[in-house]
Each structure stands twice: as structure tokens, then as C-alpha cells.
Design a protein around this ligand. Structure first.
Ligand SMILES: O=c1ccn([C@@H]2O[C@H](COP(=O)(O)OP(=O)(O)O[C@H]3O[C@@H](CO)[C@H](O)[C@H]3O)[C@@H](O)[C@H]2O)c(=O)[nH]1
Ligand SMILES: [Mn+2]
Length: 349
């Protein structure tokens, strides 16, 4: 099957290890452009398997491109991937971790995650009324009796959150008490996460519409030099869901599945994420209480409002959140530098 939307997609991969996993994805990824974010030591040479069309950025590149704003891009944490979202010019982003492989569906067929994500993103979402047959736009499903006809056209989908077989995305305490737990359950469903409901977004197998929500898909300041790690995708998931709810966009979760092969070290993970385990008991109520002004009509404006509220409401928890809010503003400044509004271009021409 021809690669769908080939020129409208960038695949963003953060790596501090190796890109050998791409061989496994070659049938699905080779036609697409890759943006590789090499984390860690920039002098280390990371081989990209032959035949892939890619651009690669290491820390020196990030510092060169962003100058002082480079501080808003994490170092020694998978959060660095959001630099790829910033420099992309495409409508859709698919981001995947380098320890993820092609999974098989119950019929034994290899799962083309990218095609399923693009299908999720190009069909509407239904955040205002739950459809009990799940995604009504999928082959073999529809709206059920009692579903309001006034809501059946749905809303644009901004995020498609895929799942993982084998190693589940557990936090360190769960990983420690359930070291042998494996996810073997393939649930054949895609569903819209209802408006007003948050969810734990994992960036392992994630796609989104960059034009709708890219400006809010910032992964924060994590890793080296910061008191928190492995909450990068969680933070981005809470921010983007609040922004999607405000702007009337949808977020889907479920298919596609991939095979997550490597469990990161739970003791290292505990050190990275432990503050998040109790801070999230305050972060979640913050996000649940956020009301964005109606004057915020795009993701950038919403995000700047979130930055202001983060400093005000979460700043008292720890000075980290003051720095975090500043980094959120720096991110938007960088975003607008790389993604000037269309009319700005004609003015300067
Ligand atoms: O310092 C680092 C650490 C990792 N990376 C790259 O980021 C992804 C995820 O790394 P890893 O697979 O080791 O982590 P997991 O615990 O399995 O991943 C979950 O935690 C989130 C952490 O952000 C992640 O999104 C979740 O899926 C790999 O590609 C590493 O190479 C890095 O760049 N720098
Ligand atoms: Mn992993």
C-alpha cells in the first residue's frame, strides 16, 4: 500500500542508544522523513541505517540553533524529542522510542502503527458524548441508538495515543513490585478521551497534528540539572488535553500497538521520577481546575496562559516550577520563531 500522507509526516526519534531498531520498521518508515534527536554526548557517532531520509540534531546543534533558548530543551532525558517537533515543517508528527518494535495483531499481521495513527488523526473525535461502540468512524462501527445527531460530525482530532505490548509503561514503584508483568492484552479499540478528563500520555507511540496542537506539545525541563525526569510526556499530555478541550479538538487512545522491548532500570527511574509521584497529587488538581480565557484561540495563546498559571499556582510547591514556567515561555518564543504566522511572512517579504 502506498505510504499515506508521505509528505505531511515527520517521524521524531529521541535516542541516547542506537537506531538499529529502524531495520525492524523499514517497510513502514523508509518512505518517510525522520528527525533524529541525539541525546547525551554529541561527539558520539550514532549510525543511521542506510536508505532512510533523515536530519539529525545533537546537543551542539540544539545550542547552535536555539542559542540561549536551548535551555528549554532537556538534556539526558527523552524530553529532548520536542526539539524535533519545533523544527519540523510538517502537518503530522509521529514520535517513537528506540526500544520499540513492530507488534503483530491477533491474526499475526505486522501492525503498521503510522498508518493507524494517521487514520486516527484524519477522522473526527467525539469528546462531548461517549459512543459505546467506541470509535464510530472505524470500519464496522457506527454511532449507537440515542447518540445525538447534532454531535455526529465530531471534532478535529489533534492527538493519537498508541499503546504497547510486552513491557508496559509503568512508573518505577509499579515496575519494582511487578518486575515480570507483561502486557499481553490486545484490545481492538480506539476511543476518544472525553472532554474534561485527563490521561497519562506516554510518548513511546504517539502521533499528533502539529498545526493544531504542536505549540502545546512541549516536554518541559527534565533530566540533567533538574529535580524531575520521566514526567516529560505526562506534562505534555496534561497541557495538550486542557488545550484540546478548550479549543474543541479531540484526543484518541487505543490502537495502534507496538512491541516495547526494554524495561528501563526501575531504580534509576525511581530517582528520576520520585518527586513527581507526590507533586502530581498537586499538578493534577491544578490542570483539572484550569479555565482558559475565551480570548485564547490557538495553542500558542493557550500555552502562554498555562505558563502564567503554572508559575502562579505551582510555583509555591517548588522553585522548579518557576523555571519550568519560564521554559514554557521560551518554548513558545522559539516556536513562533520557527513557525511565524502565515501573514507575518507576507509582511516581511
Ligand atoms: O537520557 C535519555 C534517556 C532516554 N532517551 C530516549 O528516550 C526514549 C525512552 O527511553 P527509555 O526507553 O529508556 O525509557 P522508558 O522508561 O521505556 O520510556 C518511557 O518513559 C518516557 C521517558 O521520557 C518515555 O517517553 C516513555 O516511553 C528512548 O528512545 C531513549 O533512547 C534519551 O534520549 N535520553
Ligand atoms: Mn523504553
Amino acid at each position: 500500500m502506498a505510504p499515506i500522507l508521505k509528505d505531511e509526516v515527520d517521524i521524531v526519534i529521541p535516542t541516547i542508544r542506537s537506531l538499529n531498531f529502524l531495520e525492524n520498521w523499514r517497510p513502514f518508515f523508509e518512505p518517510y522523513h525522520l528527525i533524529i534527536i541525539q541525546d547525551g554526548d554529541p561527539t558520539k557517532v550514532i549510525e543511521v541505517p542506510k536508505g532512510f531520509d533523515y536530519e539529525l540534531y545533537n546537543r551542539n546543534d540544539i545550542n547552535r540553533v536555539l542559542g540561549p533558548k536551548a535551555n528549554c530543551i532537556s538534556f539526558k532525558d527523552g524530553a529532548c524529542r520536542c526539539f524535533g517537533f519545533l523544527v519540523s515543517k510538517k502537518k503530522f508528527i509521529y514520535t517513537i522510542d528506540d526500544d520499540c518494535f513492530v507488534a503483530k495483531d491477533p491474526t499475526g499481521k505486522d501492525i503498521d502503527t503510522l498508518t493507524q495513527h494517521l487514520d486516527n488523526l484524519t477522522k473526527p473525535s467525539t469528546p462531548y458524548f461517549f459512543n459505546t461502540l467506541y470509535d464510530p468512524y472505524r470500519e464496522g462501527a457506527d454511532f449507537v441508538r440515542g447518540y445525538p445527531f447534532s454531535l455526529r460530525q465530531g471534532v478535529p482530532t489533534a492527538v493519537s495515543h498508541g499503546l504497547w505490548l510486552n513491557i508496559p509503561d509503568y512508573d518505577a514503584p509499579t515496575q519494582l513490585v511487578k518486575p515480570l508483568e507483561r502486557n499481553t492484552r490486545y484490545v481492538d479499540a480506539v476511543m476518544t478521551i472525553p472532554k474534561g478528563t485527563l490521561y497519562p500520555m506516554c510518548a513511546m507511540n504517539l502521533a499528533f497534528n502539529r498545526e493544531l496542537i504542536g505549540a502545546a506539545m512541549y516536554f518541559g525541563i527534565m533530566g540533567e540539572g533538574h529535580p524531575l525526569g520521566r514526567y516529560d510526556d505526562m506534562w505534555a499530555g496534561w497541557c495538550t488535553k486542557v488545550v484540546c478541550d478548550h479549543l474543541g479538538y479531540g484526543v484518541k487512545t487505543g490502537l495502534p500497538y507496538l512491541w516495547h522491548s526494554k524495561a528501563s532500570n526501575p531504580f534509576v527511574n525511581l530517582k528520576k521520577e520520585y518527586k513527581g509521584l507526590f507533586w502530581q497529587e498537586e499538578m493534577i488538581p491544578f490542570f483539572q481546575s484550569v479555565v482558559l480565557p475565551k480570548e485564547c484561540t490557538n495553542a500558542q495563546q493557550c500555552y502562554l496562559e498555562l505558563a502564567k498559571l503554572t508559575k502562579e499556582k505551582l510555583g509555591p510547591i517548588d522553585p522548579y516550577f518557576h523555571n519550568f514556567a519560564d521554559a514554557m515561555v521560551a518554548w513558545i518564543e522559539a516556536w513562533e520563531e520557527f513557525n511565524p504566522p502565515a501573514n507575518a511572512k507576507t509582511e516581511s517579504a
